[in-house]
Each structure stands twice: as C-alpha cells, then as structure tokens.
Write a protein that binds this ligand. Structure first.
Ligand SMILES: C[S@@+](CC[C@H](N)C(=O)[O-])C[C@H]1O[C@@H](n2cnc3c(N)ncnc32)[C@H](O)[C@@H]1O
Length: 491
C-alpha cells in the first residue's frame, strides 16, 4: 500500500488547525534520528516547572488510545462494524485497526464509501515511512541477531503478527464495504503494511499518567536521551503537555529537546521497540526462554500449571558506589518447578469439579499449591533437600546460558560468511546488532561465572555431599564395580 507523505514543514499548519500549540520549540529533521524537537529560542533554566509554560500542548481529543477509538466508532458506523468484528482485544489491537483504516483512507483520498477522516488521517502523512525495528529488518539482517535474546523474540513476534493479520483479513473480508476498501480495490494492504503499523505503534506509543497507553501527535516527535531535558504530563483537563525537566540548565536555541523512553529498558527491548540502542541509558539485563527437560514426563503438566512462558532473567545490579563491583543477578521461577519431581514430593492431580469441568491441581508435599506454581523457589526452601534442588536449578540455568553464549559466539562469523549480499544490510542494523551481541555476551559471561561460584559452594554443602554420595553408591551398585566420577547429572 502506498502511504502518502507530507513534508515536515507542513506540521505547523496542521498543528494550528488542530489546536496544538508549540511554545519556543519546533519539529525538524535531526542528524541520524529522523525528526526531532529543537528549541526555537533560548529557553531559561528553571528549578520549578509547575509555573513554567508548557513547550508543547496537545488537546485531549487528539490523544489516540482505546477510548478514542471507541469514540471514533460512535461517529462512524462502518468502523464500528469492523471494531465489533475484530477489536476490543487490547488497546494496541484497537489502535492498529484504527491506524490501518486511516492509512488506507489517506492513500485513497476521496475514493472511499466507508471511513470518516479525522486529524490522524492527515497527521499520519508526517510520520516516517519506516522504523528500523527488527521486525522490519530483512531476513539477511535478522541473521545478525542469531544467538541474542532477540532471535526467538523477533521470530515469535513475526509469527504473532502473521496470525493477527490473518484474523484481520478474514474477519474484515466478511464485511462487503471493508472487503472492497481493504482488499479488493487493488488489493492494496499487505502483511508488510501490517508489520509497519505495528512498528509505528510500538515505537511511538507512550504511557500517559492519566490516559494510559496512548499515541500523542507531536509529542511522538521527541527523541530519547540518557540525559533528557523534558518530560510529558497531563493537565487536569487531560491535555498532554511537554515541560522542561526541573534542574535543566537552560536550553539554548537550536538544541534538541529529548525525553526518556524508560531507564529500565534493556538493549534488546530498546532495539525491539525503537530500532536503536543507546548504550548510555539501557539497563544491563536480558530475558531468555527456557525449555523444560525433553524427557520429563511431567513437562506438559508443569508448563500448564506454570501458566506463563518459562524464562530466565539476567541483570547486572547498579554498581555500588566506590567498589567498582556490579553483581549479576539471575532468576527463573520455572527452573525451580522444572527441577522438582515426584520423588521430591511433587504431584499433579486432575480433579473433577461440581460442574463437570476438569482442573489440574499441583501438590507439593501433600499440600495444594496450585496458586503458587510460580513460587517453587520459596516452597522448596523448607525441604530437606533444598540445597540439592538448588544445585539442579543452578546447573540447568548455567547450561542454558552456556548454550546461549556458544550460539552467540559461533554465530558471529555466520552471517558475514553466509550472506549472499552483505552490502544490502543497512549499516544501522549491523551496528545495532553488533552492539547487542557485545552487551549480551558480556552479561552472559558474568552470569555464568556467578552461577559457577554458587555451584561450587553448593557442592560443598553437607546435604548435597551426602545426597551425591548416596546417588553415587546406588549407581555403582547397579553398575557393578564401576565407580562414577560424574556426579553432575542433576537432571
Ligand atoms: C517517538 S519516535 C521519535 C521521532 C522520530 N525520530 C521520527 O522521525 O518521527 C521514536 C523513534 O525515533 C528514533 N529515535 C529516538 N531517539 C533516538 C536516539 N536517541 N537515537 C536514535 N534514534 C532515535 C527511533 O527511530 C525511534 O523509533
């Protein structure tokens, strides 16, 4: 689908028409970051921003979120039909549907029997054509993510977008007027268009203190910085305003005004959502998927009872002032459930309820812990073999992180050697992927080391030594005189 664009020089006229006011700031093209907001005059330093004039004020009726889409549906009965058929699953899904319709309307101005134009129809024309988030990277560029925490996440996202697009296509095709507009008249909307809209939403939505997850025109022109000079807020009238940060030491004319997209986002999250990594302001953390043991007969029941995607979280703590040491923490609630079995006191029972429905219940040491399936780390604490279970968990997590490191290490050369046409990889994608690889390699190495320290310490624990001794004796008894020196298989 061709999305018409307008030069950014036209934005002040659109803003004037829609009661958006700029106060000493303007939107311009910035070096390497697309559009950005710069000061149009010397802005004075201020400690108290409560009486400072807002740099930007956006009326509430321009804020785009689930409530706004619902309002729009009241004015447009055709859109309401579409929203009834597909919408109301999440704010994101509703806004994406709205954006799809508005984009199609913008590309077919005046030729459609359905859809009502509104300020967003025109505003969308000011937005950049693409964002460098990995869902929009070429397959060749995505090879650069192999071994990073984004490898599985991006694949999963593309599959989810595919399913979502299929649903939109199927449900809207049943409505003749929408079938004509979206698919039949030149069959213009493609899967890539849907990925683009998702990327546009992800990279431009923000969390408003009162209105929640929303898109806000013009405020979405602000770039991110580790040392932001401004922040957004909502007034009692629900207008969205941009204010200088308290303590900002004046903003000279021409300087870029920035906000923070969130200080606790990891490099992978920044790349995934915004298409760039600012090493100065990313949390040193990552999240990896964790697969249950393939030969565990309880694996399926454990997954169902856990109820979430099993993961390992790794994060470097803030450096303690002065000592130069930043410890690495890890956590995996599923690994603790994964590492207990029937002989430890875990049991699954399928209970029939009074209405005939069957329900899976989890028992630990004869106690029903169905609601605590994610809390086995704590539940196991009082078990006589707590240290043994912990050793299994530490071993499992360490193995998973080692395997990831190996993939990360061996994959570095793969894309460069295997690429048929490396020159087609965009420089920004290569730079971001390499930075992510470097950040995640360092973090994984530190985590493996931390786990090794805990493992060594657990191997000297009295209960662990006794347990391993018994296991070894049992094994050597079964295997005749052979003595095993490999007490490390705790799976
Ligand atoms: C909310 S929009 C900001 C306006 C955007 N620059 C534009 O052209 O419309 C977010 C996008 O801006 C870009 N961006 C923001 N901050 C950046 C930064 N510090 N470095 C590089 N790109 C940045 C990224 O492409 C991001 O997805």
């Amino acid at each position: 689908m061709h999305r018409p664009t307008l030069p950014i020089e036209g934005l002040p006229a659109w803003a004037h028409l829609n009661d958006v006011s700029f106060h000493g700031v303007k939107v311009v093209n910035t070096e390497g970051k697309g559009y950005g907001v710069v000061s149009d005059t010397d802005l004075e330093a201020t400690d108290d921003t409560s009486d400072a004039p807002a740099l930007l004020t956006v009326p509430h009726d321009l804020v785009l979120n689930a409530a706004a889409v619902e309002e729009y549906a009241k004015e447009d009965k055709n859109f309401r039909q579409l929203l009834d058929a597909i919408g109301r699953r999440s704010t994101r899904a509703d806004v994406l549907l709205f954006l799809l319709v508005q984009t199609v309307l913008a590309s077919r101005s005046g030729h459609s029997a359905v859809g009502v134009s509104n300020p967003w129809t025109e505003y969308l024309k000011f937005l950049p054509e693409t964002v460098l988030v990995p869902t929009l990277w070429t397959e060749d560029e995505r090879l650069l993510l192999r071994g990073t925490s984004l490898e599985a996440a991006v694949d999963a996202k593309i599959s989810a977008l595919d399913a979502e697009f299929g649903l939109v296509q199927e449900k809207s095709s049943d409505i003749i007027s929408w079938n004509d507009l979206l698919w039949a008249e030149g069959a213009s909307v493609s899967f890539t268009d849907w990925i683009r809209l998702d990327a546009l939403y992800r990279s431009r939505c923000l969390e408003l203190p009162r209105s929640g997850e929303s898109m806000v025109p013009c405020v979405d022109m602000l770039n991110h910085s580790a040392a932001p000079s401004a922040y957004y807020d909502e007034t009692p009238k629900d207008e969205v305003i941009l204010l200088p940060r308290p303590g900002t030491t004046g903003i000279p004319k021409g300087a870029e005004i920035t906000i923070s997209y969130g200080a606790d986002k990891s490099a992978a999250e920044m790349l995934f959502s915004y298409g760039f990594i600012d090493p100065g302001s990313t949390a040193d953390s990552l999240v990896l998927p964790l697969a249950p043991f393939p030969d565990d007969p309880l694996a399926k029941a454990k997954l169902v009872a856990f109820g979430e995607a099993p993961q390992i979280h790794v994060a470097r703590e803030e450096e303690e002032a002065g000592n130069g040491l930043a410890a690495v923490r890890w956590a995996s609630a599923f690994a603790h459930l994964m590492c207990v079995n029937e002989e430890d006191g875990l049991e699954f029972r399928v209970l029939q309820q009074t209405d005939g429905a069957r329900q899976l219940r989890v028992f630990w040491q004869e106690e029903d812990v169905t609601d605590q399936a994610g809390e086995f780390e704590a539940l196991v604490q009082t078990h006589p073999l707590a240290a043994v279970v912990r050793l299994r968990v530490v071993t499992v997590v360490q193995e998973a992180l080692r395997a990831q490191l190996e993939r990360l290490g061996s994959a570095v050369a793969v894309p460069a050697a295997a690429a048929a046409s490396p020159q087609q990889r965009r420089e920004d994608c290569v730079r971001a992927a390499m930075l992510l690889r470097e950040i995640e390699t360092k973090l994984l190495e530190a985590a493996v080391e931390t786990l090794e320290e805990e493992r060594s310490s657990l191997l000297t624990d009295r209960n662990v030594v006794a347990y391993l001794g018994l296991t070894e004796a049992a094994e050597s008894g079964l295997a005749g005189d052979e003595v095993s020196n490999e007490p490390d298989d705790f799976s």
